[in-house]
Design a protein around this ligand. Structure first.
Ligand SMILES: [Zn+2]
Length: 289
């Protein structure tokens, strides 16, 4: 596939709606002011750091990142303070996200511009939809993803990358939830008088409905009872009402859910999500990501 240099790069498309905290002409951070270092901070999952364009103008390297300005004769914020606060917020949001540790620090990296040149059609389509979902969040439209395909195709990985990017670009709360462990089992425990979660059903459902970006991982049409299907429908429906971003991974396509809840799950998902299919054959996507 011919690569047209006038086309926007993946990075520029992705970052179109992100806040620019650095030098807008900087080629290292594209103006974001922060850069991700996969080996940063001695953390296995990497860490963010100030970009060079801001390092050069740091006036106060310690919290609360303020300094005495002689000309103004008062205490003023360091020019790099917003970027430092962004890094701190990214760390907090990542720690609260319940994204599995192996998928933390996974972003649509620069390497993907290579995939853009070489990828096959289904890989490019999956990437394109993931980018569109991330930027739709930046525009306040919240257009989700329904990622289906066999085990080992990288569905959970791609879903977590979208959450990581939302934290990096917009610093908004996200949550990763495995459907049985984090949704159905928790809600069922609220009926058990011996559980810490007893009587908390409404609160758990509201939390799942309100979180700005949610991944529901491993939704299976065959493994849910009628009560569970209804519960999932209620959560999805509330998220639709709130205009929240929802990403679902499943072994089955959206259409296979049409027999449950009189087809309401299927029609809601179609309204909220782009459906993409990943196959184990999409090895390039799995290696590129
Ligand atoms: Zn920079």
């Amino acid at each position: 596939m011919e690569h047209d240099l006038t086309e926007p790069t993946i990075a520029s498309r992705l970052e179109a709606y992100a806040e620019k905290l650095g030098d807008r002409s900087c080629r290292v951070c594209n103006g974001l002011g922060i850069v991700f270092d996969p080996l940063g901070g001695g953390r296995k999952t990497g860490d963010f750091a100030l970009c060079r364009c801001l390092e050069a103008i740091v006036k106060a390297p310690e919290p609360p990142y303020e300094y005495y300005d002689e000309a103004k004769n008062c205490i003023v914020p360091c020019p790099a303070r917003p970027a430092r606060q962004a890094i701190e917020r990214i760390r907090v949001l990542s720690a609260q996200s319940r994204i599995p540790p192996r998928y933390l620090g996974n972003y649509l990296a620069v390497g993907l511009d290579q995939a853009d040149k070489e990828g096959d059609e289904s890989t490019l389509m999956a990437l394109d939809n993931a980018i569109e979902t991330i930027t739709s969040f930046g525009r306040g439209e919240a257009y989700g993803l329904f990622i289906h395909g066999p085990t080992g195709a990288g569905k959970t990985h791609l879903a977590c990358i979208v959450l990581n990017e939302i934290i990096r670009l917009y610093r908004k709360q996200v949550l990763f939830a495995k459907v049985h462990r984090d949704v159905l089992s928790r809600v069922k425990a609220t009926f058990n008088v011996n559980s810490d979660l007893y009587g908390e059903g409404r609160r758990i459902e509201e939390e799942l409905a309100a979180i700005p970006a949610l991944v529901i991982d491993d939704l299976g049409v065959k493994t849910m009872t009628e009560f569970e299907s209804q519960l999932i429908y209620d959560i999805i429906d509330s998220r639709y009402d709130y205009n929240r971003l929802t990403i679902i991974t499943s072994n089955d396509p959206i259409d296979s859910f049409r027999e449950i809840t009189q087809g309401r799950v299927t029609s809601r998902l179609r309204e909220m999500c782009r459906e993409i299919h990943l196959d184990v054959a999409d090895h390039r996507l799995r290696h590129a990501l």
